[in-house]
Every structure is written in structure tokens, then in C-alpha cells.
Design a binder for this molecule. Structure first.
Ligand SMILES: O=C(O)CCC(=O)C(=O)O
Ligand SMILES: [Fe+2]
Length: 192
């Protein structure tokens, strides 16, 4: 874990700058693009980003969590390495959410659903930045973390639970692999 470093921006936010190499990035992008990516749905709204989930599926329309197709081998391999990189036990990151942000697509301010606990992301394609904010009285305290292509980030603790995050609309295409563990609430929701 020597290459995992604390961005020092927010406790709980850590990164691995070159988690995948250029050849692997190209292969992963091809794999993601070959999936049936669908516009992200939120309470009847269609988002601009395209997504596909494995392992666990969260249906925002029905606010229900359910098990879905297991991670295919190429994705399970990334998941296994990500767990090792951040020091989580094997099999902890049960959900993989694949996203393609075409030009104009981003993700608005949010905290990830309470059904999930650890959040580990891998960035592919165009560089982006993850913006963080947390309310401080009348205003927001803000931080910005770079999301370089091929890098991994880990959100836990304060960065995960006390801060909201967002990504501004992209100018060029970015793909991401977001791996998440289930919280106690999430495990109860899927019937574990
Ligand atoms: O694309 C990313 O790296 C972040 C996605 C995200 O924040 C989410 O799906 O909750
Ligand atoms: Fe998120």
C-alpha cells in the first residue's frame, strides 16, 4: 500500500495516481462501451450520463436495492486489485457501477446512498475534478480533488459521509468504474 496516499484535502480521501496503465485503460473503455449502457434514471428524470451496474443494483425510481448479475471476470479482476490497493478484505466491494460521461454530462451534488459504505473509483479517459462541499453555517466549505485518468480514489470516513461531491459537465468523454461495499442497511435491504 505504499503507493496509496492521502490527498490531505479531506480526511478519508485517498488516491493511487496510476492504478491502471494505458493499455489496460483502452481495454476497459472498450469493455464498458460494449455494455448496454442506459441513461441514469432518478425519480423519472433521465440523466445525461450512461450507466450499468453489476453485483448490486440501486433503482432510484423504486428506491430499492437488489442483487443483479455478478461482476464479469475482467471487472472482478479490477475489483480485486482495488480492494488490495486500499486495504479492504477480498469481496468487500460488491457493487460495480460503470459510467460514461459524454461531453455535457456530469454528476450533481450528492452523497452516495446510505446503503453503501466504502466508495472506490477508477477514472478513465478525460481528466476531471471531483468537487467537494460541506455546509459551514451560512456558506459552504469547498475542496477540489483532481481525478487524473487511470487513477483510483477512495472515499471513506469524513470525505464519504460529511461532504457532498460532484463532477462538472465534461468537455470530453470520461469513463468511471465505481466500486462500493454495502453498509449494514444495504445488507439488510438485499436480504443478507
Ligand atoms: O464518476 C465518478 O468517479 C463518481 C461517480 C459518483 O459520484 C457516483 O456515482 O456516486
Ligand atoms: Fe458519488
Amino acid at each position: 500500500m505504499d503507493d496509496l496516499f492521502d490527498l490531505s484535502l479531506i480526511p478519508g480521501l485517498r488516491s493511487v495516481p496510476a492504478f491502471v496503465d494505458v493499455d489496460e485503460e483502452r481495454a476497459l473503455v472498450e469493455r464498458i462501451d460494449s455494455l448496454a449502457l442506459a441513461p441514469f434514471r432518478f425519480q423519472g428524470w433521465l440523466g445525461k450520463r450512461l450507466t450499468h451496474s453489476f453485483g448490486i443494483h440501486y433503482d432510484f425510481d423504486r428506491a430499492a436495492l437488489a442483487r443483479t448479475d455478478p461482476l464479469p471476470p475482467w471487472l472482478a479482476a479490477v475489483r480485486d486489485r482495488a480492494e488490495q490497493a486500499v486495504g479492504l478484505p477480498p469481496g468487500t466491494l460488491e457493487q460495480a457501477l460503470l459510467i460514461r460521461y459524454d461531453p455535457g454530462a456530469g454528476i450533481g451534488w450528492h452523497r452516495d446512498r446510505p446503503h453503501f459504505d466504502h466508495v472506490v473509483g477508477v477514472s478513465l479517459g478525460a481528466p476531471a475534478a471531483m468537487r467537494f462541499r460541506r455546509r459551514l453555517g451560512e456558506r459552504f466549505e469547498r475542496r477540489t480533488a483532481p481525478l487524473p485518468p487511470r487513477g483510483l480514489y477512495h472515499l471513506a470516513g469524513e470525505a464519504r459521509y460529511e461532504w457532498e461531491h460532484s463532477i462538472a459537465a465534461m468537455a470530453a468523454t470520461r469513463w468511471s468504474i465505481t466500486l462500493r461495499s454495502l453498509s449494514g442497511r444495504g445488507r439488510a435491504a438485499v436480504g443478507d
